[in-house]
Write a protein that binds this ligand. Structure first.
Ligand code: HEC
Length: 139
């Protein structure tokens, strides 16, 4: 019986390991894209390129909507920088995601309204929502 379970575990192990690393590599790719999107927004701000700002903000929002699904419990093996706090304080993590989504939506709305005067503050708010989550939930 023990041997049988051992065999099952050995057979399942690589499966679990590869699922975890798929989740990890996907979210890292998305966070790198977030960083690029923020750089694109900063550049576009200098030219009042409203369309580029709205596109980048939308991309950040879409990832925000999906983000929670890419943090299954315990998916922070090395080299992940995700903290256990994500699963210990699920409500706070959900709230941090929500703030990020709302800030991205707001920036997008302002860009679509072509209201250049409100863009810099909305950009700062979005950036603050990234940093707030990193402070609580990332090494
Ligand atoms: C709700 C939480 C949360 C929000 C919001 C968030 N991040 Fe992150 N971010 C994380 C976590 C957690 C990690 C670590 C993931 C890991 O290593 O497994 C991370 C990792 C990163 C990384 C490192 C990727 C790498 O190469 O290792 C970058 C860059 C990044 N985030 C940028 C951003 C930007 C830019 C924003 C805002 C537009 C943002 N993040 C919003 C939680 C968040």
């Amino acid at each position: 019986m023990v041997k049988k379970w051992l065999l099952v575990m050995i057979l399942l192990w690589p499966f679990h390991a590869s699922v975890a690393s798929d989740v990890y590599s996907h979210r890292i790719a998305q966070f790198k894209a977030n960083k690029q999107a923020m750089q694109n927004i900063a550049q576009a701000l200098a030219y009042d390129d409203f369309e580029a700002i709205a596109d980048a903000a939308n991309q950040i929002e879409v990832w925000g909507q999906a983000m929670a699904r890419y943090f299954p419990e315990g998916s922070n093996q090395t080299p992940s920088q995700a903290l256990d706090a994500i699963w210990e304080q699920p409500e706070a993590f959900a709230k941090a995601i929500d703030l990020n989504i709302k800030a991205a939506q707001r920036l997008q709305d302002i860009a679509l309204d072509e209201d250049g005067s409100k863009l810099p503050q909305a950009m700062r708010d979005l950036s603050a929502s990234c940093k707030a989550c990193h402070q609580s939930f990332r090494y």
